[in-house]
Every structure is written in structure tokens, then in C-alpha cells.
Design a protein around this ligand. Sequence first.
Ligand code: ADP
Length: 462
Amino acid sequence: MSIKWRLTLWYVLILGVVLAGFSTFVYLGLQYSLQSSRLAEDRDLAQTMAQSLGNEEATFGAGFDLSDEELIRQIRGKDVYLRLVDAQGRVTKKITVPFGVPAVPEPRAPAGWVGKASGRHIVVVNVPVYRNRAWSGSIQVFERLDTLDEFLAMVRRLLWLGSLLGLGVSFAGGMFFARAAFRPVERIVDEVERIGPHELDRRVEVGAAGAELQRLVGTFNGMLDRLAVSFDRQRHFAADASHELRTPLAAILGHAALIDKWGKEDPEVLKKSVAFILKDARRMESIVNDLLLLAGTDAAEAPPGGAVGLREVAAEIVADARILAGERVVDLRLGGEVLVRAERDAVRRILTELLVNAVKYTGHGGRIEVTVAQQGDRGRMVVSDNGVGIPPDDLPHVFERFYRVDKARSRRAGGTAGGTGLGLSIVQYLAEAYHGRVSVTSTPGVGSKFVVEFPLFVGDEA
Ligand code: ADP
């Protein structure tokens, strides 16, 4: 069942319950108050008569004049009947009661109630008459409530009619408003359905929707924004990756062709070309490995990390870097050991990437400094150099995949095994995989400073 229907039906049902409760309450209240007022009137009548009877000297009821004007005036026009019962229980006088009268159980006790006779409501009143303090009989008054019942029946019909009318109107109104409320939803659904896979730049119009739907549309459009950005990034990434792989692939094909043509006769060509092919194939392999790493293939299984000594790793990597650094000075400043929660290989890779970059982008005679220290609840590794630096415009992008400040510069600096623009992406990826972070500050011509931080290792807490 659609929400529209469900809403309307619930709405009608609740209104129905409210109306039924209200009507019953009103009806019973009205019935009670009307019947009680009749009962009170009849009791008054009976009591007045009982008093005058009590003062009578004659035999009980003998002087009771049923043509008494006062009395007739009181009871005329009403369905009121009365009778006198003496101490022996005999009816001594009566205005004929034209309907079956229920037995009055104890004529001595005053009583009054609304009962039923032949399916109709009647008021029954019994008032004892005392003469000289002795009970001498009773006066009983009966009143048929036919007109009252008719009136109440009409009230009942009106309440039914009113309730049914109210329910009908509320059903129609509920349906109308539910339809109106859901019209924007249908419009939004239509619009969303029209957005094809290549139209991620299209957005859903907010239009005159309610606050909730505006939020929905806002959320949806926000999601489209993010999808579009990520889609774009994927496309660029694929294009960049293909482009990056094409160069070594072309070189491999070229050398393979050379071997095919001259290699069989000329061992020199063969040797050189095979060497080139190996180098380019290795470059391709390293790019593919980096891409796989960045694609997050292993991210799901990224181990929680154990204790890694930053000082120890730094000492080891810096020793290797010194060989690479040539005439550049690589200065290592170590305090006490700093244990962080990470993976040893990841930390090594990070430091290697940063040091390779520092060497690459620092001229001969330059100075590179590596510091390891603890700061608050974090272990910190800083790699700074006094190399070419990074222009402010490029600084926010250096961690992006395949981003190079200057392709020519990067390649030149790196020689034939020049950078791919993936190094810093990997640094960031690995740092974040272990809840760490990396940041950079740099001034062109002065130098750059990369800071990597990891959470400290605080024992194997559960
Ligand atoms: P690449 O493989 O080109 O070095 P990276 O992702 O490692 O790619 O670095 C991105 C860019 O950031 C590089 O092209 C380079 O221009 C710049 N960069 C990285 N480290 C340094 C540094 N220490 N000094 C100056 N520029 C740097």
C-alpha cells in the first residue's frame, strides 16, 4: 500500500476513534442529564403530594382528588401517571398507567430510577407517606420518556451523520494533502531518473518542496557533487596511469624491435637493448605496484600496526640515503627512541620516499636534515632540505597522484628513473593508513620541510 493511502487511512482511523469517543461522551452526558432532570421533577411532584397526603385526616387517599387543578396542571402535557398504594400494598387510587409498570420493590423506602418498560425508558418514583410518624402508604409516580427518547434518537442520528460526514471530509482532505505533499517527491524521482550515467553534472531542482525534501534534494545533490568529483578523479587517474605506463612501454617495444632487427648479429645491441628493456620493465613494475598500493587493494587488510622505533628506522634509512646523496650532507638528529604504532615497512617506505625527494630536489652541496622526536602523544619525523622548494601554488597539490610541480624538472632531477608523481601520494596514503598524518611547508629557493606524525605506541591495550 502506498504511503499516501496509509497516511490517509491512519488519519481517518484516528479521527474516527476521536469522533466515536467524543460522540459517545456527549450522548451519554446528554442522556444522563436529561433523564436526571426528569427524575428530579417527578420526585418533587411526588414529594409535594406526599406532604399534602400526610396532613390529611381522612382514610389514606380518600381525599386525594385526581381532578385537583394544581395537580392536573403539573402533570398535564406530560406522560405522567401516578397511583397510591396503602400500607397493605393495595392500589387505592390511580391515573391509569397505560404500560406495564415494573414492581416497586419496597414501597416503604423512597426510590427513584430510570427503568425500562416494554422497551421504553420510564422514570419510576416511589415516595412513602407518613401520617403521625407512621407509614400509611406510598405515592408512586411514573413518567414515560418517549419524547426524550425520540429526542435522544435524533441526537444519535445527528452524531452518526456528523461523524460519517467528518470522516468523509477528512478522507478526501487527507488524500488531497497527501497527494499534494508527495507531488514534489514524484517530481524529484522523475528528475533523478533522468540523470544518466554521463550526466553527473546535472542537479535536481529544489523547487517549492518542504524543508525535509529540500534537505533530501540537498543531500542528493551533495552526493552527486562528490560522485562527480570522484568520477573525475578516477578518469584523470586512469588517464595519468595509462600515460605514465605508455612511455616505458614504448621504449620496451622500441628495443624489442631493435633486437628483432639487429640483435641476432650484433651482441652489443642485444646487450644494450635487453638492459633497457629490463630497466623500463622494472619502472613499469614499480608504477603498477604503487598504483595497486594506492588503489587500496591492501587497505582492507592493513594490519593494526605494532611498535615501530622511529629512531632505529631513521638510522637505517639515512645510512642508505647517504650513499645516494653524494656530496649532499645528510644530517641525522636523534633523541631517545620513539615508539609509534605503525608498520615497520610503511615507515621505511615513507622515509625513503621523503629522502629520495630531498636528494632529488636539492642541489649538490645541499643539506638534508632528518629529526626524530616525540611531541605530545605523537611520534614525529621531520625531513627538511635547503633545495629548490615548492611554489605556493603547487604546495596544496603535491600529495595528489601523478602531481608534479614541473614534469621537466622532476624528470631531469630524477634522471632516467625520474619521479612518477606517486611518491608523496604513497607517503600520505601510508601515514593515514596508520592514523598518522603528513604535512609540508616550503619556500621556493630556500627549502622544504616534510613532517610525518604517528600515534605513540602505548602497549597492547585491549
Ligand atoms: P615525484 O615522483 O615527481 O617526486 P612526488 O609525489 O614524490 O613525485 O612529489 C610530487 C612533487 O612534489 C614533485 O614533482 C616535486 O616537484 C615536489 N617535491 C617533492 N618533494 C620535494 C622536495 N623535497 N623539494 C622540492 N620539491 C619537492
